[in-house]
Design a protein around this ligand. Sequence first.
Ligand code: ZN
Ligand code: FE
Length: 246
Amino acid sequence: MVMASAAEFVAVPALSDNYIWLLHDWDSGHTAVVDPGDGAAALSAVAERGWTADQLLVTHWHPDHTAGVAQVKAASGAEVWAPAAERAKFVGFDHGLGEGDRVAVGRWTAEVWEVPGHTLGHIAYILPEIGVALVGDTLFACGCGRLFEGTPEQMFRSLQRLGELPGETLAYAAHEYTLSNVRFAAHVEPANAAVAERLRAVEAARAAGRVTLPTSIAEERATNPFLRAANPDEFAALRARKDSFR
Ligand code: ZN
Ligand code: FE
C-alpha cells in the first residue's frame, strides 16, 4: 500500500502471478481498477474496502489483463478505457485511447503513452500529479515484457521513454516477476553492486510474501538491464537470453 496525496494503491493478487491494481482517491472516493484479469478477485477487493469500481483502465488486450472486464463492468457500471488499437480483442471495451490522450482518474489526469513491444497497442497511463506510471507488461521491476507482437526496436524505445520519467516516479507493473528478473540481472551484470543489493532485498521480500512493486524509475535505471541496454541490438540480445534463462 502506498499513500501519495490521498492516492492509495492496492495490489490484488490474481491468477498465478498478476496484480490487479486498485487506485483509490480518498478525497473524491473514486476507484480505478487497472487490468482486471480476474473479475471476482477485483470485485471482492473493492467491496472489502467499501469502495465501488468507477473506472477500468486497461493497458493491453491479453486475457490475464482483460478477462474480468465484462464482469466488473456488469457488476459496477464502471466505464472501460483501453487502447483504441485493441478494441476488437476483448469484451467490454468503451473508450479508446492513443498517444497523447488524457483521461481523468479521480482528481488527477492520466496522460496516455503508446508503448508498443509486448503488444502493438500497449499503452501506459502516466499520472505526473502523483508521480505514477501504470506500465502493464511493458516495464517490470528489473525486467520487461516479452516481445509477443512488437520488434526489439519498438520495445527498446518504449522502455527508454519510460526511463526518462523523473527518477522518483513509481511504476506499477502487472506481474510479480521481480525475483526471476533480478536473478537474471545479477547473471548479466555480476559487477553491479546495486543489482546485488536488490537481489538480497527481493529474496527477503519474497520469502516474507511481500509484494515487490511498485518500483521507482531511478531504481530501474540503476538495476534493470533492459533499461540499461545501449541500443536496440543489445536490448534484443538480452531479451533473447532472458527468454531462455532459468
Ligand atoms: Zn501481457
Ligand atoms: Fe500479463
